[in-house]
Design a protein around this ligand. Sequence first.
Ligand code: 13P
Length: 344
Amino acid sequence: MTDKLEDIAQAMVAPGKGILAADESSGTIKKRFDGIGVTSTEDTRRDYREMLFRATDAMKSYVSGVILYDETIRQKAKDGTALVDVMKAAGAIPGIKVDTGAKPLAGPTSKIETITEGLDGLRERLAEYHKLGARFAKWRAVITIADGLPTWNCVKANAHALARYAALCQEAGIVPIVEPEVLMDGEHSGHDIDECYRVTEWTLRTVFRELYDARVSLEGMVLKPNMVIAGQKSTRQSSAEEVAEKTIRCLKATVPASVPGIAFLSGGQSDELATRHLSLMNAAGNLPWALTFSYGRALQAAALKAWGGKPENVAAGQRAFAHRARMNGLAALGKWDAALEKAA
Ligand code: 13P
């Protein structure tokens, strides 16, 4: 089983490829659709995601896997083909978000801090998802930097849940994406890059200690972290070079070389910056793991806008998605260049 997990994990971070995070919950996708004036229904959500998965050339060349939401893994394309089969035909591995969301962490910081839930019944859900075709999963823990926060209680509880989730995934023959996200956006985002470094280092160290205690095989997982970056409300924004340099330093200090790959979340960075940062890190070279993308917003924002919910815009939406996928595929090789953006 370990061999197989390792093979899946390696395929997820294959050179020049990354992961499409299309696992927005019904609430989150509604927010995205509200932004383009589209009503979120089962059909519009299907149409939108089918558009992305049928961008076959881009999927084949740059997308190793897709993270799905529960509804999507069960959904059929307009012509009746299972969406899972559509993406498999394009060479992408189906994945599934299995946490049930970040809920207020009981205690004195409950207005700000969260604990991610979803462990109850997870063994049974994983068995079902495996039958539906999922070969990897995702669980997102959220860490907020604010005055005196995060608390050790929050870091520890979230890391522990991630490790329990990861162990259950591996038992089910599913590769866990372990995602501890130190937030860079939202109400509490006034911190600078060095504060992000401190909290990210602390979080990752705690996560890997918990993974060890739970006997999770590091060769059969993928880490999905935030980059080390200033919060959106910080008055001290950092250069792309500083983000790349500090992110690599932090990851080298905390992530064992036996982890096959690290696939970043975009976290609220602009499309182009998320690409630039990834490319700078890969261009620096000398890394013990593959470094790639597992972007949601930074891969989809342009496509969502170009589509606008109109069937006649499907080709334009696919072109916009294909462009970002190609740019990030190049960034995963350290070969992206700003001039390529202008040529688009
Ligand atoms: P973003 O790239 O939009 O941060 O989303 C990635 C993701 O899957 C967050 O859980």
